[in-house]
Design a protein around this ligand. Structure first.
Ligand SMILES: Nc1ncnc2c1ncn2[C@@H]1O[C@H](COP(=O)(O)OP(=O)(O)OP(=O)(O)O)[C@@H](O)[C@H]1O
Ligand SMILES: [Mg+2]
Length: 274
């Protein structure tokens, strides 16, 4: 059980869409936290097309913490089960003006999310764009895997490079360098994973296909493309077989394997040291 935190350096490369795409097919129960301080829950407005008006989950959590209530007990009450999935969604704030309230929430929320380990739940966090006021720094630093998501064009990589450098220093100082990596949207469009890895000095741990029509199913609640005859006769949907969903599946396997391998290593070295 682990916490995965995704964020961007600039632009809107697809953090929210990717977190949602990864979460919807997650292989065990997962808590999806919208911790982007920008506000205006993109999942409520996009994927759910405004069909659910969620609670002010973050504000409820912040108030509960101020009143001394255990966040572990409040969390399920402010979460929403996303239909047809094992995702328990903690909606983000409605407005950037609430970012100040969030500042005192991130530390205690980090401890609670990490403790979900015991309940068999993984955690996926949308941390939004780095450097914003109210950014969930403690969540990023405590992640089992902190993932900088970027496209591969020059403008995106120029922004990602300056952040990659400071993140690398911060994680190395904390002895957590293996907990940091990169996810690419649109690998090879134009730069390859190998080139990005060399320029950013961070490992590329997953590549997500760039497909704006398919992505809109998740980011804007568009209907999935109609299945072709061949797929229908085989009882499958085009959507489940789409390159985008396949790339989420591959990325999910790669990042969970990475965390598992790292935890095994830590366990082995603590056993050999004791
Ligand atoms: N894999 C993808 N391929 C093509 N388009 C994508 C992909 N993922 C997301 N998009 C599109 O990119 C746009 C931005 O996506 P999204 O809101 O997820 O980005 P973001 O990084 O969370 O942005 P912000 O920082 O503004 O919250 C949306 O139109 C979405 O459909
Ligand atoms: Mg977003």
């Amino acid at each position: 059980m682990a916490m995965y935190v995704l964020f961007s350096a600039a632009g809107s490369p697809g953090v929210t869409t990717s977190v949602l795409g990864l979460a919807l097919g997650w292989h065990r129960p997962v808590v999806l936290v919208e911790a982007d301080p920008t506000g205006g829950s993109a999942i409520a407005a996009g994927y759910l097309k405004g069909s659910i008006v969620p609670l002010e989950a973050m504000i409820e959590l912040a108030l509960a913490h101020q009143e001394g209530q255990p966040l572990l007990e409040v969390l399920p009450a402010v979460s929403v089960d996303l239909p047809g999935s094992r995702v328990s969604w903690v909606p983000g704030t409605r407005s950037h003006e609430q970012a100040r309230t969030l500042l005192g929430l991130w530390e205690p929320l980090t401890s609670v999310l990490r403790s979900l380990d015991q309940t068999g739940q993984d955690v996926l966090v949308d941390a939004g764009r780095l450097g914003l006021y109210g950014s969930p720094e403690p969540l990023i630093e405590a992640a089992d895997l902190a993932l900088l998501l970027t496209r591969t064009d020059l403008v995106s990589l120029a922004a990602a490079r300056s952040w990659a450098e400071s993140l690398r220093e911060r994680f190395t100082r904390a002895g957590a360098a293996p907990n940091l990596g990169v996810l690419l949207v649109g690998e090879g469009e134009p730069f390859t994973a190998r080139e990005v890895c060399r320029v950013l000095g961070l490992p590329v741990l997953g590549t997500i296909v760039s497909d704006s029509t398919a992505a809109a199913v998740l980011s804007a609640g568009q209907a999935p493309p109609r299945a072709g005859l061949g797929h229908r006769l085989a009882g499958r949907s085009d959507w489940q077989d789409s390159p985008l969903l396949r790339s989420y599946r591959a990325t999910r396997s790669a990042i969970t394997a990475r965390v598992r391998a790292h935890l095994d290593e830590l366990e082995a070295s603590s056993r050999s040291g004791s």
